[in-house]
Design a protein. Sequence first.
Length: 375
Amino acid sequence: MTEPQSFQADCIEIFKDKLARGEIDRRTALKLAAALGLAAVPSFGREAQAQAAEVIHVNWGGIANDAFYNHWGKPFEAANPGIKVKMDSSGPSAGKIRTMVESKKVTWDICDSSASSSILLGGQGLLEPVDYNIVKKSDLPPKGFDYPFGAAPYSFSTIITYDSAKTGKEPPKSMADFLDFKKYPGKRLLRKDAPTMIELLLMGDGVALDKVYPLEDTVKRGLEILKKHRKEFVYWTSGSESEQILRTGEAVMGVIWHTRSKVLFDETKGRINYTWNQGILQPGVQVILKGNPGGVNAQKYLASACANPGPQVDLLKFLGNGPTNPKASPMVPAEFRRFNPTDPDNAKIQLVVDGNYWGKNYPDINQQFLDIAAS
């Protein structure tokens, strides 16, 4: 089964779309390129080398390749003379990580991943545990962003997004409204992937935000809700698809990534709007490969990415990634707070995803989800 598009890969697509639509003019694009060092950061593999110490960070390519270097790599290099950070845009899918580690030909150090993948791959002995003597938990939110085999220097959310021209004067404010087909006629849009969708459906069926977990007790109910309303749902697998389905009116509301919600909000001058209430806050987890050549420097690099709030705020402004360092929120400019998933006012009304559950149960539950969606 093809892995669903990652949030970070979608951020890159949004940037490309803005360039194609002329929303970023040539002068601005050149300034961004200069600021991010685009010409200076090629993609590297790692063969037999006799050179300075280095850390190779693998991401999903495009502008993220350079944004991560500018905001995480450069500060780390400045604080650690003699260590170079190099970006690899190969796309760190779970399958590639597994193949590399099992073949004992590890050339990558750290990869952009997810909470559930960190649990799955870590449990299979493919990842190094995060050394929390180096990576400080105090540099992360108190819940859901530090895992045994991964830590998150950025965040994102899945939130209710709706077309106010179709929902009327009383816009949906909760997942209960999302599932109220009498009050709000029309199709609903879900991600074609069980994580977060099960939790959202449970809240729509009246489960309080603080009662959704543990999913061991509630997941069957979530699947039954999906089955009950399956004829009313359409599905997205990529961020651009979610945006297009709402834009064309095929669905009157959906649960999509916050970055796509912002694109639609800006494009329609607020006609397509969104709410953070009962959203799902998710960590952008980075994982360190078992037997990686960078060794302790990979741990130090991850620690640096988590510890520096300023670059995290810059990533919010540039790519839409939410900062995770508790010191970052007060540094976010007022005009960006509305779009920040970890802003205190936004975060307190969201559910932080339980990556531990999904790391242990994803294949089975997701297949049940897909079977119902296809029925």
